[in-house]
Design a protein around this ligand. Structure first.
Ligand SMILES: *Cc1c(COP(=O)(O)O)cnc(C)c1O
Length: 405
């Protein structure tokens, strides 16, 4: 291997939040104070014994961690090559990895004496996870959501409300995620003393890409130890889907200094045309979005391009700055899976293993199936980031039950 990654997590990002040329903090002056407050509090609080103990107890007794690593024997046999293993984040409380960083953010808010958690949500997954954390900690929760998404993602709106969150409809512009971000920031800036902004992936200005990575690293720490115990070896290949990149970096961060190939899988949607996919690292150029620098799908003016994926949790025109750095360093390789490969993997996992995956996670399954065939032997560990309950109606209404005809 070219570079020694043994001190990487302690030294990356640098003190200003730079992951090489990416990340940083490109924010309006009124946000500088609040972000510095979160940053300083995080560094101090997250290293305290009390905080670490409380978070570990939450992982175990509330979330049900550690989630298992599972050997998908029938899927592996069907592929006819390498053995496929899955880190079962679909079995984490609320059905995906997102609760890992939401509980961390909620606990940080509690130690900082905050009263309210604020965030935006697109498909509603981050909103539900954060509303769950707020209920657990007895904090108020305000989730900003575009009116278009409120109609589209009705079940998640119901969940958030049941959990006690206030869902704020955003009615301007395209009434989707971008406007919801603006609206949430506006609300946060009205009262940064009593509230805290909670980002839903390893994106946004410093310290969020670092903070969310640290909270998600439990996935990789557990999976590495579990895999070693199960097999006596490290996996040959480690893989996960990449939207903002939090489930992926959570798993990958534990393997950076190991002799494993690491692959991030981006959504290729309907194909490589502009607006048909969200394969940011594969097709993007460095640019700035939502306060940080990353590979970005953008037009000539640097404005984010429209993006699309069958998995709404992956359709973001930027990606985590750490992925951009690790791509440039050649430590992680990035590839794509399109909608068709994703659906094929979705139905296959249902039938072969009795596991209904989230459409996001099915992108990683699609890659693992292809890679397993190519490898002939060896092992692949993939992050099954979430379960597919949220996708059932959409899949069945549009694609039936996946019967081969
Ligand atoms: C939100 C989501 C993703 C994408 O987010 P990352 O930050 O890239 O992990 C992936 N899988 C599931 C199940 C999700 O809910």
């Amino acid at each position: 291997m070219k570079k020694d990654y043994s001190n990487y997590l302690q030294t990356t990002p640098d003190a200003d939040g730079n992951f090489g040329d990416y990340g940083g903090s490109f924010i309006p002056p009124q946000l500088t104070g609040p972000m510095t407050e979160i940053h300083d509090a995080y560094l101090k609080i997250s290293r305290s014994h009390r905080f670490i103990e409380e978070l570990r107890s939450i992982y175990k007794h509330y979330q049900g961690r550690p989630t298992p690593v599972y050997h998908a024997a029938r899927l592996s046999e069907m592929c006819g090559g390498a053995q496929i293993y899955m880190k079962r984040e679909d079995l984490n409380h609320t059905g995906a990895h997102k609760l890992n960083h939401c509980m961390g953010e909620g606990l940080l808010a509690k130690y900082m004496g905050k009263k309210k958690l604020i965030a935006e949500t697109g498909a509603g997954q981050h909103g539900v996870a954060l509303a769950t954390a707020a209920a657990y900690f007895g904090l108020e929760c305000e989730i900003h959501m575009g009116e278009v998404d409120i109609v589209k993602e009705h079940p998640n709106v119901i969940r958030m409300k049941l959990l006690g969150a206030k869902v704020v409809p955003v009615t301007h512009g395209l009434k989707t995620l971008k406007e919801a971000v603006d609206s949430a920031f506006e609300s946060y800036l009205k009262d940064p003393v009593n509230s805290i902004y909670c980002i839903g992936s390893v994106v946004g200005p410093h310290p969020f890409p670092m903070l969310v990575r640290d909270f998600q690293s439990v996935v990789g720490i557990e999976a590495r130890a579990q895999f070693l115990e199960m097999t006596g070896h490290l996996p040959d290949v480690v893989t996960a889907c990449v939207g903002g990149g939090s489930n992926a970096i959570g798993l990958f961060s534990a393997f950076l200094n190991d002799p494993c190939e690491i692959w991030g899988v981006e959504p290729l949607g309907r194909g490589p045309g502009v607006g048909d996919h969200a394969a940011t690292i594969t097709y993007g150029m460095p640019g700035i979005i939502h306060g940080f620098k990353c590979y970005l799908l953008q037009d000539e003016k640097g404005e984010p391009s429209p993006v699309y994926s069958i998995a709404s949790g992956l359709d973001y025109p930027g990606t985590g700055p750490e992925h951009c750095l690790l791509k440039d360093e050649g430590r992680i390789q990035y590839t794509t899976a399109d909608d068709k490969a994703c659906l094929d993997a979705f139905f296959t996992l249902c039938r072969q293993e009795g596991i209904i995956p989230a459409l996001e996670s099915a992108h990683a399954v699609a890659f693992a199936m292809e890679k397993a065939k190519e490898m002939k032997f060896g092992t692949i560990l993939l992050n099954l980031s979430g379960r597919g309950d949220k996708d059932l109606d959409f899949v069945v209404d549009n694609y039936g039950y996946g019967d081969p005809e």
